[in-house]
Ligand binder design. Structure first.
Ligand code: GLU
Length: 289
């Protein structure tokens, strides 16, 4: 009886000691590892992309993914040591990008994600890997909205978690024009904005020219982009705040993607024929603050 109790006590102590050791080393490892280190070791990475934006991030019925952001993600992953088969895509919507990065649901976000002052407080941004321009899309037969100022009194889409509506209705730093009297209509995504524009539930969708080009081209003849740019949208790669090692590795990959001609090839692959005037020169690099 006594022996067995003693034995049990030793057993428990040993188990506890082992558990503590395991726990300590595990914690140390997890905390020390950056996304770049993890990618190199495991040959795996999870990237947050949009699932509903044609030419950028689109999940196809067969379960595969296509678009400029998807291809940029594969390129960056490869440069981080991860083959295409090791890339897992996870849907990020405009409204959950920060929480998915912060909570570790994704390692990187490559999802038409503008670098803004407010977001920089929560996220470290690699890139920019492209500088889009915000423009406005209306129904093809609309002759009233020709410039952003014409949006006064009109119904404009407000996609949850996106910054684009702010460029129209608010002032700097994250807004731009500060136009008063615009009626914002809620939507969960730009695909919903586009659907609502089609039905007449709203009058305009103002967001990045790449996004608008993708939708306008997907539903040919239905919509037109007014070609009256509002702002420069620097597309960043979202990384957990403070992971500068990964940010620097991402920036190296982006530089290489322009130098070796891949960026141009990918932009042509996805946007040639959409009517969009895209830029194929490397955007000015930014530091990894
Ligand atoms: N680039 C803009 C933004 O990050 C609009 C597109 C989006 O929300 O994905 O807010």
């Amino acid at each position: 009886m006594r022996v067995s109790r003693f034995g049990a006590a030793i057993g428990a102590a040993t188990a506890l000691a082992l558990a503590l050791t395991a726990c300590g080393s595990d914690t140390e490892k997890t905390e020390a590892k950056t996304v770049a280190q993890k990618a190199k070791e495991t040959k795996k990475i999870t990237v947050g992309v949009k699932y509903d934006q044609p030419a950028l991030g689109l999940k196809k019925p067969d379960g595969t993914f296509e678009g400029f952001d998807v291809d940029v993600a594969k390129y960056i992953a490869k440069e981080l040591g991860v083959p295409e088969s090791g890339v897992t895509f996870k849907e990020t919507r405009s409204e959950n990008r920060e929480s998915f990065i912060g909570g570790g649901q994704v390692d990187l976000v490559i999802a038409t994600y503008s670098i803004t002052d407010a977001r920089k407080k929560q996220v470290t941004f690699g890139g920019p890997y492209y500088v889009a321009q915000q423009d406005t899309m209306v129904r093809a037969d609309d002759n009233k909205i020709k410039k952003p100022e014409d949006l006064k009194g009109k119904k404009l889409c407000k996609a949850a978690g996106s910054n684009s509506f702010r460029r129209v209705t608010e002032g700097p730093p994250d807004g731009k024009l500060g136009i008063k009297g615009v009626n914002l209509v809620d939507a969960s995504s730009y695909s919903e904005c586009t659907a609502k524009l089609g039905t007449g539930a709203l009058d305009a969708v103002s967001t990045d020219d790449l996004i608008l080009a993708g939708f306008a081209n997907q539903q040919k003849g239905k919509f037109k982009v007014i070609n009256s740019p509002i702002s420069e949208e620097k597309y960043g790669v979202g990384i957990k705040k403070g992971d500068t090692e990964t940010c620097e590795a991402v920036n190296k990959a982006v530089t290489k993607m322009y130098q070796d001609g891949t960026a141009k090839t990918l932009l042509e692959k996805h946007f040639a024929g959409t009517g969009l005037q895209f830029k194929t020169t490397a955007p000015p690099a930014e530091g990894c603050a």
